[in-house]
Design a protein around this ligand. Structure first.
Ligand SMILES: *[C@@H]1O[C@H](CO)[C@@H](O)[C@H](O)[C@H]1NC(C)=O
Length: 410
């Protein structure tokens, strides 16, 4: 293990030089982040090369790398006293974490969707398995981490439908009682793509009159919430900040929504949401118009990128762009007003910062109570980087604050 980590450090230091990314002063552990970024970029290059040589899908190569290097099993001793079982809810695999004891009283329930661009990550491996073990212990909660299907095996709406089915199953009186969960204290949460799924599921559950037990909170960690504007101030400011570049963000969206990958440049310049798109009414535009929704300190001196003409017929061809199950930011005020109380975590150095800030504003305008935890030194991904070799102080602070909010509100 020692030798391995020395070799790894040497290797990554040399590629770090090659892939050197200048980072803003606000990021407190820049060397570590650069090293991490260099490693990811190297793996992506390798994955792309392997694909060119005909050895499989790049996403699968990246998965193998993550599993080998980063996703060691936590094991029972990691958080003693948390029982882990793998079951399926309505056919969707889930991992359930339960604390023992509690003396027969009802517990909190928390449904969790991991991040990874709807393509990577797993409930059962690496940092997510560790995070959810900790959540269960700290909150004395039954945590249900959903192993929804991923790209390239599936695309929108399948991951969303998997999550929704698991949540609906858990919210039945019978299942809640089986797990000794208080129906008044069930929340939904997720980070990044998982935050997207959590926001979308929260909207659906609050609308669905056939579901009698409702979610009482939603905790969204740097969620992705819209795919119509890839030129928000945070997209432009942080376009090349690890670990999620603007380029990678667009790639993940295109894959998820099933759009044509060769149109990437057009999406990057917002040609799918130009003024001549007949499906985009002024009312709909206002729901993701950052000049209306962002506080001035986050608009800085950026100007909106709005094209006249653009990709004709694209919104008809790829309906996910306008579907609130993929883009929860586009929901109507009426839908938002029924949503549960929210915790929205945002990071200054994150392309998705403004998605979270705009959703904060829109939920508040609809009368929903929102706590926005904004980290001036935060970057995308930090919330799940609490463990060696990916360990950042800002992630630890963010996790602590998240737990405290859930202790107080769930
Ligand atoms: C966004 O809102 C501003 C302020 O009301 C408005 O001037 C602008 O036209 C809107 N942009 C779009 C693309 O609708």
């Amino acid at each position: 293990m020692k030798l391995f980590s020395v070799a790894l450090t040497l290797l990554t230091s040399s590629v770090a030089f090659y892939f050197y990314t200048p980072l803003p002063d606000g990021i407190r552990e820049p060397k570590k982040l650069m090293l991490l970024d260099a490693t990811f970029k190297t793996v992506s290059k390798f994955a792309a090369l392997k694909q060119q040589l005909g050895f499989g899908h790049p996403i699968r190569t990246i998965r193998t790398f993550r599993e080998t290097l980063l996703e060691s099993d936590a094991g029972e001793d990691f958080v003693p006293g948390v029982k882990v079982t793998d079951v399926s809810f309505s056919g969707v695999p889930v991992r359930v974490y339960e604390t023992s004891g509690g003396g027969g009283s009802l517990r909190r329930g928390l449904l969790y969707f991991h991040g990874g661009g709807w393509a990577l990550g797993s409930a059962k491996k690496g940092s997510y398995d560790k995070l959810t073990r900790m959540m269960s212990a700290e909150l004395n909660a039954v945590v249900v981490s959903v192993e929804y299907r991923l790209y390239p095996e599936v695309q929108f709406p399948e991951p969303y439908l998997d999550c929704l089915a698991a949540v609906k199953y858990f919210l039945s009186e019978e299942v809640l009682s089986k797990y000794s969960v208080d129906p008044e204290r069930v929340g939904v949460s997720g980070d990044s793509a998982g935050g997207n799924l959590a926001a979308a599921v929260a909207q659906e559950i609050s609308q669905d009159s056939s579901v009698s037990v409702k979610l009482s909170v939603q905790a969204l960690v740097y969620p992705a919430l819209q795919a119509l504007d890839f030129n928000t101030p945070s997209c432009l400011q942080n376009h090349n900040i690890p670990i999620l570049s603007r380029f990678a963000l667009v790639q993940f969206w295109i894959q998820y929504l099933g759009a044509d990958l060769s149109l990437k440049e057009q999406f990057l310049s917002n040609q799918h949401s130009g003024l001549e798109q007949p499906l985009l009414s002024p009312e709909l535009r206002a729901r993701f118009n950052w000049t209306l929704l962002l506080p001035p300190e986050h608009q800085k001196n950026h100007t909106p990128v709005v094209t006249d003409k653009g990709l004709e017929g694209i919104l008809e061809k790829v309906p996910g762009f306008l579907d609130t199950r993929a883009s929860p930011l586009l929901a109507s005020p009426d839908v938002l007003s029924k949503c549960p109380k929210a915790y929205i975590m945002t990071c200054e150095f994150d392309v998705l910062r403004d998605d979270g800030l705009m959703y904060t504003r829109r939920l508040q305008d609809a009368g929903v109570q929102v706590t926005n935890a904004h980290y001036e030194d935060g970057f995308h991904g930090c919330f799940s980087m609490l463990f060696w070799p990916l360990e950042f102080d800002v992630g630890k602070r963010a996790f602590k604050d998240y737990i405290r909010w859930l202790q107080d509100n769930l």
